[in-house]
Design a binder for this molecule. Structure first.
Ligand SMILES: Nc1ncnc2c1ncn2[C@@H]1O[C@H](COP(=O)(O)OP(=O)(O)O)[C@@H](O)[C@H]1O
Ligand SMILES: Nc1ccn([C@@H]2O[C@H](COP(=O)(O)OP(=O)(O)O)[C@@H](O)[C@H]2O)c(=O)n1
Length: 286
């Protein structure tokens, strides 16, 4: 038998296994119609318990392998024993990988995105920037998209229902166990809604501490064509950060979850403090 034939046989064997796993997902879905699957059609779901996202991941990845499959259009999915990742801390059981979320917070221009990019490059985690997701959404031309565009221009915080549903969808698509959520939660409404909806507690909060004058200079030099990187909106964003976001950092600090980083240094020096924190998490990843 040639190497090529052997490889083909392996591929077909994997496909057969994938198909039977997806069929078991489908069967479970019929037995538990209360749980919604958005793996293949996120736009059809208004609310998804995050504890189900893991099963969505499993189904989505299998669909990628063995598409098109009947299960990819199932209206609902429940928990097969074989599912891989469970996004709910509360729902963690033996044999399932636990979702690890790190909130990345700090004032506008403190360097959140810059440090997240470095972490992604080194550790391959999923980076979800709430701001990036909202900016993409504002281009949709929908009423919600237009509202987001206006709120960003004014430096205001968009209602959680919009931001959380974008995060959910991106999380599902990303399908990773370790997730950096950058720029969220930004106020008490964000925090409480996220906790109520997902039950997820962050492993820790990376807080980039930076003087306003430094952040202002960086933002004015950012040149990404953003509607909010002008001095008027920057000042509003600083105010919103102090009034609405600092209390969230204090909330997690009281729980011992904040890792405060001095962000007023060269990016490499900042990263030297950030990387060991995330590296330590890697050993817990399944
Ligand atoms: N440690 C740093 N020193 C100097 N400039 C930085 C540093 N970190 C980021 N920047 C620059 O500052 C601007 C804002 O950084 P960014 O990562 O987009 O911040 P945030 O995501 O917190 O708004 C960008 O132009 C970026 O290149
Ligand atoms: N959780 C979030 C995150 C961002 N946003 C909006 O997106 C804007 C930009 O956020 P960002 O995180 O991309 O950028 P920075 O302000 O941190 O530089 C904020 O000023 C808010 O208008 C929000 O409404 N809710």
């Amino acid at each position: 038998m040639t190497v090529r034939t052997r490889l083909l046989q392996q591929v077909f064997r994997s496909l057969r296994q994938a198909t039977s796993r997806v069929e078991s997902v489908s069967k479970a879905a019929l037995e538990h119609p209360t749980v919604t699957l958005v793996a293949c059609a996120p736009q059809q779901s208004k609310r998804m318990p995050w504890s189900c996202l893991g099963y969505g991941f499993a189904a989505a990845s299998l669909v990628t392998v063995a598409s098109p499959l009947e299960a990819s259009c199932s209206p609902a999915v429940a928990a097969p024993q074989t599912a891989g990742v469970d996004l709910s801390n509360a729902g963690m059981t033996a044999g399932k990988a636990k979702l690890q979320v790190i909130f990345v917070l700090g004032g506008p221009g403190s360097g959140k995105g810059t440090q997240c990019a470095k972490l992604v490059q080194e550790f391959g985690l999923l980076h979800l920037s709430a701001g990036d997701l909202l900016r993409a959404h504002m281009k949709s031309g929908t009423p919600d998209g237009n509202m987001v565009a206006e709120m960003i221009k004014q430096g205001q915080i968009v209602p959680s229902r919009v931001t959380i549903s974008l995060l959910e969808e991106a999380m599902l698509k990303g399908g990773k166990q370790q997730v950096l959520i950058d720029g969220f939660p930004r106020n008490e409404e964000n925090r409480a809604a996220f906790e109520a909806q997902t039950g997820i507690e962050p492993e820790f909060v990376l807080f980039f501490n930076c003087p306003e004058a430094v952040m202002e200079k960086r933002l004015l030099g950012r040149q990404e064509g953003r509607t909010d990187d002008n001095i008027e909106t920057i000042r509003k964003r600083f105010k919103v950060f102090m009034e609405s976001s600092m209390p969230i950092i204090n909330f997690y600090d009281a729980k011992g979850r904040v890792r405060k980083i001095d962000a007023d240094r060269d990016p490499e020096d900042v990263y030297a403090d950030v990387r060991p924190l995330v590296e330590a998490l890697q050993s817990f990843a399944v």
